[in-house]
Design a protein around this ligand. Structure first.
Ligand SMILES: Nc1nc2c(ncn2[C@@H]2O[C@H](COP(=O)(O)OP(=O)(O)OP(=O)(O)O)[C@@H](O)[C@H]2O)c(=O)[nH]1
Length: 344
């Protein structure tokens, strides 16, 4: 079968909280007329991203076309999770015209591109493009590079870079695999910071990959979809730290779920969560919380200590109003300490 007969799939990668779900939501809301399907992979399962995207209620991406795979890492579970999910989407009477795959923020995307060589997938699907969403303020704050000069020097000497900081490794892998890079959250960057982040991206992604700037992932789907990269045929140009690792189990990071009591007030809750994130260097915290006396559930999202919240929908009558937060951090995160602060 020729590439043209294949269904294009766009892989959206990017570090925890960079804005992948926000960008995909924008595509859903603006790519009218194109039948879409979504495959979402989360690290630390509370199904927040799936819920946000389902809540869009977009006609050309009905609920049955939104598949959540909660098994940590898509690329490691191709046979068990990813391939069957894709096969099920392909078996729909109304096949999707384009599939969007959101990787977990900790995924190294190349192994997922490799999954497109899987015998039940390859004849039907092609990787239209890998889009790497970059969290502008996080890069500007130096989250992904402890020592830029040392990295540049090491890169000049050898292709394989040994990072002390696992965040750098994930960030670098995502850029090295990209066909398009979106520098997101420009609303939070000064002109100088934007220039500095651009320089760091350019230094990290040596291929001539197009870089776009965005706020809230607001880019025209006509630019994001239809890149025609056939990335699965171009794996050699996408070096990955995964290439040199026997195993790949994200053991540099950990996540857990904390159930908290209903909160009295959103502002007080968010201040408390931000204090916890700050005190324990939490990378990402998100979930739905009950606010006493309110019929709506509160969606809370933290990237580092920066939080956003909104009432997203009423609790359903048959729903357990548990307030559950997924907490993600680097290995060694003080679970007991975080839990104690969240539940006290
Ligand atoms: N200020 C600002 N906030 C943004 C922007 N894009 C996304 N956010 C917020 O950043 C947080 C994370 O955004 P998501 O779209 O959930 O990020 P993600 O990459 O899907 O996160 P994970 O799936 O957890 O890795 C949310 O609170 C968003 O509202 C932006 O351009 N500017």
């Amino acid at each position: 079968m020729s590439t043209f007969a294949k269904i294009p799939a766009t892989i959206v990668t990017g570090f925890l909280g960079a804005g992948k779900t926000t960008l995909i939501r924008h595509i859903l809301e603006t790519a009218r007329g194109r039948r879409l399907a979504l495959v979402i992979n989360e690290f630390g399962d509370v199904g927040v991203d799936g819920d946000i995207l389902r809540a869009c209620g977009v006609e050309n991406c009905p609920e049955e076309n939104i598949v959540e795979l909660a098994n940590g890492c898509l690329c490691c579970t191709v046979a068990d999770d990813f391939a069957p999910a894709i096969e099920a989407l392909l078996a729909h009477p109304n096949r999707p015209e384009h599939i969007i795959i959101e990787t977990s923020g900790l995924a190294l995307p190349k192994p997922l591109v490799k999954a497109f060589e899987w015998p039940t997938i390859r004849p039907h699907l092609t990787v239209d493009g890998v889009i790497a969403v970059v969290d502008g303020p996080a890069v500007a704050a130096g989250r992904f590079a402890d020592d830029l000069d040392a990295i540049a020097k090491e890169r000049a000497e050898t292709l394989a870079i040994d990072h002390d900081n696992p965040l750098e490794e994930v960030f670098e892998d995502q850029l090295l695999c990209a066909d398009l890079i979106v520098l997101n959250k420009t609303d939070l960057l000064s002109a100088e910071e934007e220039a500095q982040v651009t320089e760091q991206i350019r230094a990290t992604a040596p291929r001539a990959v197009k870089l776009l700037y965005a706020s809230e992932g607001r880019l025209d789907p006509a630019i994001l979809l239809g890149l025609g990269a056939a990335a699965e045929d171009d794996l050699a140009n996408r070096p990955s730290h995964h290439d040199t690792e026997e195993d790949h189990d994200h053991d540099d990071f950990e996540s857990f779920i904390v159930e908290i009591a209903a909160a009295r007030d959103p502002t007080e809750l968010i201040e408390r969560l931000a204090r916890v994130a700050e005190a324990h260097d939490v990378l990402r915290m998100k979930g739905f919380v009950e606010i006493a006396g309110k019929p709506m559930r509160l969606l809370v999202q933290g990237v580092g200590a920066r939080f956003r919240h909104q009432f997203d929908r009423p609790w359903r009558a048959d729903e357990n109003r548990a307030s559950r937060l997924v907490v993600i951090g680097e290995k060694g995160l003080d679970r007991a300490g975080v839990t104690a602060m969240l539940t006290s």
